[in-house]
Design a protein around this ligand. Structure first.
Ligand SMILES: C[S@@+](CC[C@H](N)C(=O)[O-])C[C@H]1O[C@@H](n2cnc3c(N)ncnc32)[C@H](O)[C@@H]1O
Length: 445
């Protein structure tokens, strides 16, 4: 019997050992990626460099496993981009709230405009005109979700660090409206409250909206407050006087203090916010989007569908133009709030709760309208766009906060016979990679 000879097998190497060793390289950044990270080419690979800007010559540590894109860590800016500016906020770099404060404002808005053009180009709609960016100033953000962590050393309250679970303890914030900074900043009354309510080792969130009648505040707590905690919450409500204060434990929300209905006005009509309702992040952004929609309204329109309507942000201004509006949204509480709101004289609004992803509106409902406004979440409105492509009315006005899904859904409508008109970008997310856009799609007569 001959012994089988085995060629010696190389020892198994761990995934980490199989990865390329990290190395320090010097590269020139040539673009910003969709999330606002610098992009550079190195030995046939795309290197993703958070914090780097187009035009920067940088030294970076890179690793990775092969020809695919590699994420690198910026070590030094050797020669800065002409568009590099000093970031205005001391938290820049460690706070995930703003990732592009070091890019000159004009360069940032130009990049957002180009990003919309690129997304359209990917869908064969690159000829579409993209108008100038309407820039909403910082310091106007009326709605925010912040995290808190209680350790033995004390309480941290702020936004999560860029691409990490670490919490940046905010002492101030250039993005938030003054009333929110006063609440959550270094000397804000929320810190002592949370420090007293939370035991070391716990964490949670704060969801705050500045409404027209005061702050609407929800505290995400790990456990129901005890008697002492409830007394502290009541004392906080007395002193700070929010319109409403609630706590959420898991998914259960309960009111602690309801001092006034938290309300916002659309076309002058007050709507009472349900807890944790969606609201456009700034009043200025909301006004710019509403104006862009009304500018695109056909003069002859009398019947509108407002899909993904939220609290009626656009339904009520459309009604104020004398239209009869059918508002549809998946959030039942938002639809109930809109149904309970007064309607401008001369208009009509009905509100319907419906999941437009599973059960989009179809013919003949779509064809009965003169205009459809559609403002979906970031994932877009694929199913509804398919239905509109098949049976939509003469005008669809699309609002979106995601160029990629906007372009995908616009393509569906264009394939259904619509023509995509000029896109208006609205930058209501200063210092971030996000941008909002509005455009009309019309069926040629
Ligand atoms: C970007 S917000 C726009 C809300 C409103 N147009 C505004 O400007 O305030 C998107 C809205 O889509 C709703 N929504 C999300 N998924 C949905 C679905 N599958 N069906 C219907 N509505 C949905 C949300 O409740 C939210 O109100």
């Amino acid at each position: 019997m001959t012994a089988r000879r085995h060629s010696p097998r190389p020892p198994r190497r761990s995934a980490a050992a199989r990865a390329r060793p990290t190395e320090t390289v010097e590269v020139t950044v040539d673009a910003l990626g969709a999330h606002g990270d610098g992009l550079a080419a190195h030995q046939g690979r795309r290197i993703i460099l958070p914090g780097a800007l187009p035009g920067d010559r940088v030294r970076a540590r890179i690793g990775g496993r092969g020809p695919a894109d590699a994420r690198g860590a910026l070590e030094a800016v050797v020669t800065p981009s002409p568009d590099r500016v000093p970031p205005p906020c001391p938290h820049f770099g460690s706070c995930g709230g703003c990732t592009l404060q070091h890019l000159a404002p004009d360069a940032l808005t130009a990049w957002k405009r180009e990003a919309i053009g690129r997304a359209l180009g990917h869908r064969g709609l690159g000829e579409t005109p993209v108008g100038p960016v309407i820039a909403i100033p910082p310091g106007s953000r009326r709605r925010a979700t912040l995290g808190w962590v209680r350790t033995r050393a004390g309480l941290s309250l702020g936004f999560h660090g860029a691409a990490s679970h670490r919490l940046e303890d905010l002492r101030g914030c250039a993005l938030l409206a003054p009333a929110l900074v006063a609440l959550v900043g270094a000397d804000g009354p929320l810190r002592p409250l949370l420090a007293a309510l939370a035991t070391p080792g716990t964490r949670g969130a704060v969801i705050v909206t500045e409404t027209d009648t005061g702050l609407d505040l929800t505290l995400d707590l790990p456990a129901p407050p005890d008697l002492d905690g409830r007394e502290r919450l009541a004392a906080f409500a007395e002193t700070v006087d929010p319109a409403r204060l609630g706590v959420r434990i898991g998914t259960a929300w309960e009111p602690v203090a309801a001092r006034r209905p938290p309300q916002v006005r659309f076309a002058g009509m007050p709507v009472t916010l349900p807890p944790l309702a969606f609201l456009q992040p700034s009043p200025e952004g909301e006004a710019a989007i509403t104006a862009a929609i009304l500018d695109r309204l056909p003069g002859t329109a009398t019947r509108a569908l407002d899909l993904f309507a939220g609290l009626g942000t656009f339904s009520l201004p459309l009604a104020a133009r004398g239209l009869s509006v059918r508002a549809v949204d998946g959030a039942g509480a938002a639809m109930a709030a809109l149904a309970a709101a007064p309607v401008p004289a001369g208009g009509r609004v009905s509100a319907e709760t419906r999941d437009l992803a599973r059960d989009p509106l179809t013919a003949p409902t779509l064809a009965d309208a003169d205009v459809v406004v559609v403002d979906p979440p970031r994932a877009g409105a694929r199913a509804q766009a398919e239905a509109l492509a098949a049976a939509g009315p003469a005008t669809v006005i699309a609002v979106s906060c995601n160029p990629a899904t906007f372009a995908r859904d616009a393509r569906l409508l264009v394939d259904g016979g619509y023509r995509l008109e000029t896109v208006t970008p609205i930058d209501q997310f200063p210092w971030s990679a996000h941008v909002e856009m509005v455009a009309a799609l019309r069926r040629p007569a």
